[in-house]
Design a protein around this ligand. Structure first.
Ligand SMILES: Nc1nc2c(ncn2[C@@H]2O[C@H](COP(=O)(O)OP(=O)(O)OP(=O)(O)O)[C@@H](O)[C@H]2O)c(=O)[nH]1
Ligand SMILES: [Zn+2]
Length: 324
């Protein structure tokens, strides 16, 4: 298929699947067209972006006589979730665009939630302007103290927390209510129960879960795909396979604190204007941590991410040291 010479009118639609070079675009009528991306768009993107288009993108494409299409324009994004390309960390990989919310799924046990991963997703949600929601699955496995722990850690944020069990059905009505009328991207560690939760919303979908994969002896994640599905009327979900690593793209050491909203209110009280809150004297953020007004776990996440950013980019030193 050679690229077309401009002719005829273009059509608008939304990208619903990206898999092995195929980009599927759905029109408002529901019609789906397999498309390719025009070279001019690809080369514009390739220096800074892993891919020119993302699932969720609104695009304009030109239809060919064989029923396929060429994407020639990507409309501005209202929100996005981006990671650093695992092989080329300076390159941005936008996983999804134009989402109404980021649903971070964790489980109480098997595997136990990791605050560090939640905090990375929260920072990425802030960068890409997607409101986040935290869904805590497998509450049937307990312990209840896990829920109160998470509630305490995130009490300083505007973060809805929804305890659920795909197995027992607890919390599923609330989970459904949160998704209604929205397009949500589901993220989380492998095995936390994302597919089980989506199946619980609509049993007819029958997405393969861990048991099914073991039973059929087929590795589920030998390929990578991201897709958008309407799981029930008015509930659109983006799920994915094979996305193993997630390091948010676009974080800078000197701006990191702005992705920890509960710390912002205290910053003005720091003695040094460019305080990094690592170990400077007169740091009002650390003082708030000591008083229990900022969650220590969140502060430790801040320090860990800051350290990572310092290793990979220009260093930010405690301001006391910068003076010499
Ligand atoms: N006890 C319990 N087990 C659950 C629950 N939800 C899911 N599981 C089990 O957890 C395992 C993983 O569930 P999946 O739905 O495959 O997890 P996933 O997040 O989709 O995993 P990936 O596809 O690898 O990302 C399966 O064995 C499920 O049966 C739950 O609420 N309680
Ligand atoms: Zn400080």
């Amino acid at each position: 298929m050679t690229e077309p010479i401009e002719s005829g009118a273009s059509t608008g639609g939304q990208v619903t699947l990206i898999h092995l070079g195929e980009v599927r675009v759905q029109e408002a009528t529901g019609e789906v067209t397999p498309c390719r991306v025009k070279g001019t768009l690809k080369s514009r993107a390739s220096r800074e972006e892993a891919h020119a288009v993302a699932v969720g993108d609104y695009v304009r494409f030109r239809r060919e006589s064989d029923g396929t299409g060429w994407i020639e324009e990507i409309l501005p994004r209202t929100s996005f979730l981006a990671r650093a390309d695992p092989r080329r960390p300076g390159i941005r990989h936008v996983l999804v665009a134009n989402m109404d919310q980021l649903v971070i799924v964790v489980s109480l046990q098997k595997p136990r939630y990791k605050l560090g991963l939640i905090d990375r997703y929260l920072a990425a949600a802030n960068v890409g302007k997607i409101p986040p929601v935290l869904v805590v699955n497998k509450v049937d496995l307990g312990p209840e103290s896990g829920i109160s722990h998470l509630q305490e850690v995130y009490s300083g944020l505007d973060l809805p927390l929804i305890p659920v069990s795909a197995q027992s059905g607890d919390g599923l009505a609330e989970f459904k209510r949160v998704l209604e009328g929205k397009t949500s991207v589901l993220v989380g560690h492998s095995g936390v129960g994302k597919s089980s939760l989506v199946n619980a919303l609509n049993a007819e979908l029958a997405l393969p879960t861990a048991e099914v994969s073991r039973a059929t002896d087929k590795g589920r994640h030998t390929t990578t795909w991201i897709r958008m599905i309407e799981v029930a009327p008015g509930i659109k979900i983006v799920d994915s396979a094979g996305i193993r690593e997630f390091k948010p793209f676009g974080l800078r050491a000197d701006e990191l604190v702005y992705h920890f909203p509960e710390m912002i209110a205290f910053m003005d009280g720091c003695r040094f204007r460019d305080c990094t809150h690592m170990n400077e004297a007169g740091c009002a953020v650390r003082a708030a941590v000591e008083r229990g007004e900022i969650s220590r776990a969140r502060f430790m996440s801040y320090l860990r991410i800051l350290e990572e950013l310092n290793q990979s980019g220009p260093r930010v030193r405690p301001s006391g040291q910068n003076q010499f």
